[in-house]
Design a protein around this ligand. Structure first.
Ligand code: SF4
Ligand code: SF4
Length: 453
């Protein structure tokens, strides 16, 4: 028995985009109370540049998507690092004279990311890497790092302070401040470094504890308010609360498994590194898990449906791989905020991870709980956003979107192998699809065609 054609689940691609925009906007708004007008300016510039690029592209190609562009602009802004507070201004990021670069860089990242890695890559069939992450790596890493290094001695992605004062291989590498006998990861020293970097320098960083026992102050700073690092990660608690609220609103459409496996594995690998290299293990774990780049990445970038695996197992492996790479790169290169590089590396593995843990079809009809239906007179069909929801509601446990992809490619043997013959016409897949793709009819037609052969 099929589901009525114009009755669908309330979730649409636009609604998902709207929820995400409000979640990011809320974080951007609150960041003003930590970073001041600078962070609002960066957010406005990124959203403005993204919408402008989208308008220009729409003029040329006839296609645009303003809400998606606005969300993209906010992602770029929230994953951008503002410089250290003035008190610790040994090194600003980025560090050319005048400070205008902090607006120019995110504007460029937005334009490159939106035009090249979002729209052009999308037109070519599929986005393989997170557009905001790859654009940031290219603009700051390849384009500007040599320039800023030559002019100021500092680099936009690998600031000297990161390797001078936080040596995660404690105490293997001689340190610029303390020499070979310096132990930068020991409780008092590491705690002091974290508070110097992240806490509000207008105030006494030790409000609750002491130099010898900085844990209460470090926990407070890393959880509530960091005055340095990714704008969007300024408060781990805000990100966690807003992120979970978004997951609940868009239940089943956001790949929360990646977030959970990433955060849990980050804590485990950081603890292992602590055992190997010594120093305060708990502070090390807190640092790796709650630094702005990790916490914002976990909830708002690592879950990007387009560039992450479809299967549950694939998503778990993705989160674990992302965490292992992040902690390893951070420990051995001093590139703090390495989750952005790890994300791009893991994105590339998605076509392989999509083949891991593909659901096996069942003869029996599974009972599926669906969302309350809503009537839509007309439904605009868009490209698949790779949310994977259709795979979780199939009463025959079919990997629906993978079957559809095989059918699109004319790969009938693969569609058969994935179990197209088991489809019993229930229509759940079409009902939940936020892109409003008529999955049921596509699958049923292919099933019948194969049966006739
Ligand atoms: S693929 Fe077939 S059985 Fe599975 S949800 Fe869609 S219509 Fe139902
Ligand atoms: S086809 Fe499946 S994966 Fe694609 S948008 Fe629809 S429900 Fe999500």
């Amino acid at each position: 028995m099929g589901i009525q054609k114009n009755v669908k689940s309330p979730m649409t691609k636009d609604l998902l985009m709207t929820y995400t925009f409000y979640a990011l906007f809320f974080i951007a708004f609150l960041s003003y109370f930590i970073f001041g007008l600078q962070s609002l300016a960066v957010s406005l510039i990124c959203v403005g540049v993204a919408i402008l690029c989208d308008l220009l592209l729409a003029k040329v190609t006839g296609q645009g998507n303003r809400p998606s562009a606005a969300v993209f602009g906010l992602i770029v802004a929230m994953s951008y690092s503002l410089g250290l507070p003035e008190m610790m201004a040994m090194e600003q990021i980025p560090t050319l004279a005048g400070g205008l670069e902090q607006y120019l860089y995110p504007a460029l990242i937005t334009a490159v990311g939106l035009i090249v890695f979002k729209r052009i890559a999308g037109k070519a069939g599929r986005k393989y890497v997170n557009p905001a992450a790859i654009a940031k790596l290219l603009v700051l890493g390849l384009l500007f790092m040599p320039i800023t290094s030559a002019l100021s001695g500092y680099s936009a992605l690998l600031p000297n302070d990161h390797t001078n004062s936080i040596n995660l291989q404690n105490p293997l590498t001689p340190d610029a401040f303390g020499g070979p006998d310096f132990y930068p990861m020991d409780t008092a020293v590491f705690g002091s470094t974290l508070l110097t970097c992240y806490s509000n320098h207008g105030m006494d960083p030790y409000k609750m504890g002491t130099y010898e026992n900085p844990l209460p102050d470090v926990l407070f700073t890393m959880l509530f308010a960091k005055f340095h690092g990714w704008i969007g990660g300024f408060s781990s608690l805000v990100v966690i609360v807003v992120g979970i609220a978004l997951f609940l609103l868009a239940r089943g459409y956001i790949k929360w498994r990646i977030t959970v496996s990433f955060l849990v594995t980050t804590a485990i690998v950081a603890a292992v590194m602590g055992v190997v290299y010594g120093g305060d293990i708990l502070l090390r774990v807190i640092f790796h898990v709650f630094m702005g780049s990790s916490i914002f990445m976990a909830f708002f970038m690592a879950t990007d449906p387009a560039t992450t695996p479809l299967t549950k197992m694939g998503q778990n492996i993705f989160g674990v791989g992302l965490a292992v790479l992040t902690v390893i790169i951070q420990t051995y290169t001093g590139f703090l905020g390495a989750s952005i590089l790890a994300l791009v590396i893991m994105n590339v593995t998605c076509p392989i991870l999509d083949r891991v843990g593909v659901p096996k079809p069942t003869e029996e009809r599974k009972k599926i709980k669906l969302a309350k239906a809503q009537k839509f007179e007309s439904a605009a069909v868009t490209d698949c956003i790779r949310c994977g929801k259709c795979m979780t509601v199939c009463c025959k446990n079919l990997p629906v979107i993978l079957i559809k992809e095989a059918i699109d490619k004319g790969d009938w043997a693969k569609a058969e192998k994935l179990g197209v013959a088991y489809c019993d016409n229930c229509g759940h897949c079409s009902f939940v699809c936020p892109a409003r793709i008529d999955l049921k009819n596509i699958i049923v037609s292919a099933r019948d065609k194969i049966k006739k052969q």
